[in-house]
Structures are given as structure tokens and as C-alpha cells.
Design a protein around this ligand. Structure first.
Ligand code: GUN
Length: 283
């Protein structure tokens, strides 16, 4: 293996320690950041994510409020809860865990979250602010990836960056953040022709496809930085990314592992956004 492994779990520990100092200091001024996490239904993966978010809150000293609603909760009931949380002064951040059950329209629910408490940065108002480069909150996964890249001392200016995936949560905002850092950005997706050729041009390859270990060394230029956003559970229970780590780590210069790469960074950025939301509430 020649690649340097970007251990998000370790970087996260360091950032969470920094955030704890910040929380301790604002608590002394009478401000105690609070995050409300809403989960609807029994999706096992969502349950794990929500538990990890609660643990992270404890670690940095953020108050967490969990609302676990049954699968049959109506859209109206969920929106009523969001509106109550919008008014609650002890709640600075609101996170509605996705995906929601099929009978609930996610877009309508996300629109109801007050943009000043939108710590996921999923509200169109915050997405718009990201587009123009003047934002309060960054979406957590792309922000976590940027933090990993910056803390590794990797410069993006003028680099060819290829993002595979065009979701509103990862692919699209990721591309904007790379652009803000003066990279040349290409977004690939399921209809992209000659995916392999496009990927092979990349100095930085961000993979958010959702298919286990689909990107191998054939897709990667020697010396590229490879960021794996995928989290896939194999039938034997093993957790793997979208990138074949064994093959790609032979030729990449930097690579993120799964688990322990991007995932912990995402949650750490949620903590950062919640602290920011608490501070903004006093301005
Ligand atoms: N589901 C998967 N990732 C996320 C995320 O970052 N935020 C929320 N709210 N739901 C998710």
C-alpha cells in the first residue's frame, strides 16, 4: 500500500476536543447548545446514525433531545413537531433523519425547519446561500470531507476534481465546496458515459454511489486523492465503502477508509453546525 490513509475517526476526535473547549466556554456565558434529532420509523441504519449523533453530543457537551416517532406518524404530525421545535429556545439545531417513511413528503418537511436551526443545511434557503458562497451552515458530509482534505494539507486550487453522485445531500453541495476552493469540478452520475475515463482524469475523486467496492484501481489516476463516501453492508455483515480499498490504496496518494473515514467527520460537522446555530441565536 502506498496511499496515506485519512483516518476521519482520529481527526474527528481532535476536532471534537476543540469543539468541547468552545462549548465549555459558551456555556460559561449562559448559552447551552441544544440539538433536536427526530427519527420516524424503525430503519436500522438510521437508528445507528441517530445513536452516534447522540453520543457525539455527549462528547462535546451539547444537549440532545431525541424524538423517536412511530412509522405511522403523519406528515402533519411531523410538521407540527418541527414547528414546536422552531419555537423552542433550548433547541438551536433541528435534524430530521432521512429517509422518512414513503407516505411523508421529505421536501415539505425540510421546508418547515427554520433556516436558522437547519444544521443539516438542507433548506433551500441554506442551499442557495452555499451556491453564492455566503453561508452559515455547510452540509455535514461535504463539510467533513473538506475538513479532512484541508487538515491533510492537500491544496485544491486548479485541481481536477471528479464527484461521482449528484444527490442533494452529498454530490451537489460537495461540488460547490470544491469549486469555492478553486478546483475544476466534474459531476458524474448514473447516465455518465465513459465513467472510467472521466475518473482517471481526477486529481481528487469523491465517490458517493452507494454500491459496494465498485471503484477499483482501474478508475484511479496514480497519485490521486480518493474520498469514499459509501457505507454498504455486505450479506456477511461487513461494512465496506464504494471504493475497493485494497486495490485503490496501491496507487492513490491519499484514501479514506470505511468505516472510520468520512462517517465520523459528518457527525462532527453536525456538532460544529449546532454550536454555530447556538451562537447565531444570540446575534
Ligand atoms: N440520512 C443520511 N445522511 C443524513 C444526514 O446527513 N442528515 C439527515 N438528516 N439524514 C441523513
Amino acid at each position: 500500500m502506498s496511499a496515506v490513509v485519512l483516518y476521519g475517526r482520529e481527526v474527528s476526535k481532535q476536532i471534537r476536543a476543540e469543539l468541547k473547549v468552545e462549548v465549555d466556554s459558551i456555556k460559561k456565558m449562559g448559552l447551552h447548545p441544544g440539538l433536536a434529532v427526530v427519527i420516524v420509523g424503525n430503519d436500522p441504519a438510521s437508528r445507528v446514525y441517530v445513536n452516534n449523533k447522540k453520543k457525539a453530543c455527549e462528547e462535546v457537551g451539547i444537549r440532545s433531545f431525541e424524538y423517536a416517532l412511530p412509522e405511522e406518524t403523519s406528515e402533519h404530525e411531523l410538521i407540527q413537531l418541527v414547528e414546536t421545535l422552531n419555537e423552542d429556545e433550548s433547541v438551536h439545531g433541528i435534524l430530521v433523519q432521512l429517509p422518512l417513511p414513503k407516505h411523508i413528503n421529505e421536501e415539505r418537511v425540510l421546508l418547515k425547519i427554520s433556516p436558522v436551526k437547519d444544521v443539516d443545511a438542507f433548506h433551500p434557503f441554506n442551499i442557495g446561500k452555499i451556491m453564492i458562497g455566503n453561508y452559515d451552515f455547510l452540509p455535514c458530509t461535504p463539510a467533513g470531507i473538506m475538513e479532512l482534505i484541508h487538515r491533510a494539507g492537500i491544496c485544491l486550487e486548479g485541481k481536477e476534481c471528479v464527484v461521482i453522485g449528484r444527490s442533494n445531500i452529498v454530490g451537489k453541495p460537495m461540488s460547490m465546496l470544491l469549486l469555492h476552493d478553486n478546483a475544476t469540478v466534474t459531476i458524474c452520475h448514473s447516465r455518465t458515459k465513459n465513467l472510467k475515463d472521466v475518473c482517471k482524469r481526477a486529481d481528487v475523486l469523491v465517490v458517493a454511489i452507494g454500491k459496494p467496492e465498485i471503484i477499483d484501481a482501474d478508475y484511479v489516476k496514480p497519485g490521486a486523492v480518493v474520498i469514499d463516501v459509501g457505507i454498504n453492508r455486505l450479506p456477511d455483515g461487513k461494512l465496506v465503502g464504494d471504493v475497493n480499498f485494497e486495490s485503490v490504496s496501491e496507487i492513490a496518494s491519499y484514501i479514506t477508509p470505511v468505516p472510520g473515514g468520512v462517517g465520523p467527520m459528518t457527525i462532527t460537522m453536525l456538532m460544529k453546525n449546532t454550536i454555530k446555530a447556538a451562537q447565531l441565536s444570540k446575534e
